[in-house]
Design a protein around this ligand. Structure first.
Ligand SMILES: Cc1ncc(COP(=O)(O)O)c(C=O)c1O
Length: 439
């Protein structure tokens, strides 16, 4: 059983772990194989005991109490606990007034579920590009995507950084649209003092195991700013006879994790700041940008690459990225691409079969566009020039591991000679030229 803390803390990196010899070239890895597994979430014996005790309570009450406690944490007016993030987004859209055949503007860079929730609501996702510094939906691009059939804009607080909700609200107001947040990466993240999920007309949020605030297994929650929006979603579930309910065991687990969430939030912020400090000294790497007035929840940590800063500006950035990726993985750093193509280039949006017979795309043929990757140049540039640490910042025992990651990034950045040699005469496809991956 995982208890609060490991019996012995992870060892801080020793001098012999941090040599100049790259692990890919037979040097010792900065993160040895035995130290790579992360332990999250923290589960104490008390958590397990509380979970068992909750079997004596009415299951519906366990779910209701959890949803109420978390709603209060977020500061949203109304909530519906759900079985997943995708179902929470579906209900958020329905509550916000989205109807079959409507268009909903979503970012081209997110997880596919953002757009599939729009399809689940019988509406058509219309994709817009992201901002180059935050990777969130670009308000100007979103506005260009608005048509007479648009009913809502659904930004994603991608990786945990809130999108520019002031500018997006202004776009929504100019065109009479609802603003629906996909807050699946952004537990406790703040935009000008307000917590993500409580700012739009409605919001959906995943609470599944990969997230910073996980309930047991799968789960999600929808938030609503008005009693009307909440009532529309409740009525929709009843009218369609859909079971989107959260399981009581997920809720019981979430209730004890909720007590620990502020602690997780602080640990993540501290570790992210430490990593940013180290990356800032490397030249080759940069930390995520966080605009004034926003806090980042760092469900993922996207790192920029700047080959020109280490004399590699003549090489294609995506080739440098591929080689750096290989070098980091060899050092024991679980760096990833996390998405390699704009979401509209995935098969469900290229084929537009929907639920069969082309529904709901057939309801509004003008909105059913043939997208090309090049329609989203900012997304493509970001995919070519960044790497992600997925969810590595969230555990209380991560500080020692992040110290090691910092050493590994610094070690790789000190070896432009090796990077140049490994790029050599190899052919590197652009990220979006590889088979589309879901994550
Ligand atoms: C941005 C985003 N939206 C929605 C979802 C869907 O959540 P779930 O997998 O809980 O249905 C995810 C899941 O990872 C996500 O990353």
């Amino acid at each position: 059983m995982n208890t609060d803390f490991p019996r012995a803390p992870l060892p801080l990196p020793r001098a012999e772990d941090v040599t100049e010899e790259l692990a890919a070239l037979d040097g010792p890895p900065v993160v040895p194989a035995g130290l790579r597994r992360t332990a999250f979430p923290v589960i104490t014996k008390e958590d397990v005991f509380k979970l068992l005790l909750s079997t004596r309570v009415d299951p519906a009450k366990v779910v209701e109490d959890f949803a109420e406690a978390y709603r209060e944490h977020v500061g949203a007016a109304h909530a519906i606990p759900t079985a997943s993030g995708t179902s929470s987004l579906h209900l958020a859209l329905v509550g916000a007034g989205v109807r079959p055949g409507d268009e909903v503007v979503v970012p081209a860079f997110t997880f596919i579920a953002t757009a599939q929730a729009v399809v689940a609501a019988g509406a058509i996702p219309v994709f817009a590009d992201i901002e180059p510094d935050t990777y969130c939906l670009d308000p100007a691009a979103a506005e260009r995507a608005v048509t007479e059939r648009t009913r809502a804009i659904m930004p994603v607080h991608v990786h945990g950084l809130p999108a520019d909700l002031t500018a997006l609200r202004a776009v929504a107001d100019r065109h009479g649209l609802a603003l629906v947040e996909d807050a699946s990466h952004a537990h406790s993240a703040r935009f000008e003092g307000r917590v993500a999920g409580s700012i739009g007309d409605a919001a959906g949020q995943s609470l599944m195991a990969d997230k910073n605030f996980p309930v047991g297994g799968e789960g999600g929650i929808a938030f609503f700013a008005s009693a009307d929006a909440h009532a529309r979603a409740v009525e929709y579930v009843e009218r369609h006879g859909i079971d989107y309910g959260m399981s009581w065991i997920a809720a019981a687990f979430g209730a004890s994790q909720l007590e620990r969430l502020p602690y997780y939030d602080e640990v993540r912020a501290r570790n992210a700041a430490r990593l940013a400090e180290v990356l800032g000294d490397t030249g080759l790497f940069s930390a995520p940008h966080v605009p004034e007035g926003r806090t980042h929840a760092y469900n993922m940590y996207r790192i920029g690459l700047h080959p020109d800063a280490v004399g590699l500006g003549d090489l294609p950035v995506h080739a440098v990225k591929e080689v750096v990726h290989e070098l980091l993985v060899a050092e024991g750093v679980p760096a990833r691409e996390w998405q390699n193509t704009p979401i509209p280039c995935h098969l469900p949006f290229r084929r537009r079969e929907g639920f069969g017979g082309g529904y709901p795309f057939t309801l509004n043929p003008a909105a059913a566009r043939d997208y090309a990757p090049e329609d989203f140049p900012v997304t493509l540039q970001m995919l070519s020039s960044t790497l992600v640490l997925c969810r590595e910042l969230r555990s209380p025992v991560e500080y020692e591991r992040l110290e090691r990651y910092g050493h590994a990034f610094a070690k790789v950045a000190r070896r432009p000679d090796a990077i140049r040699k490994l790029v050599g005469g190899r052919e590197f496809p652009l990220p979006h030229e590889k088979a589309a991956r879901l994550g």
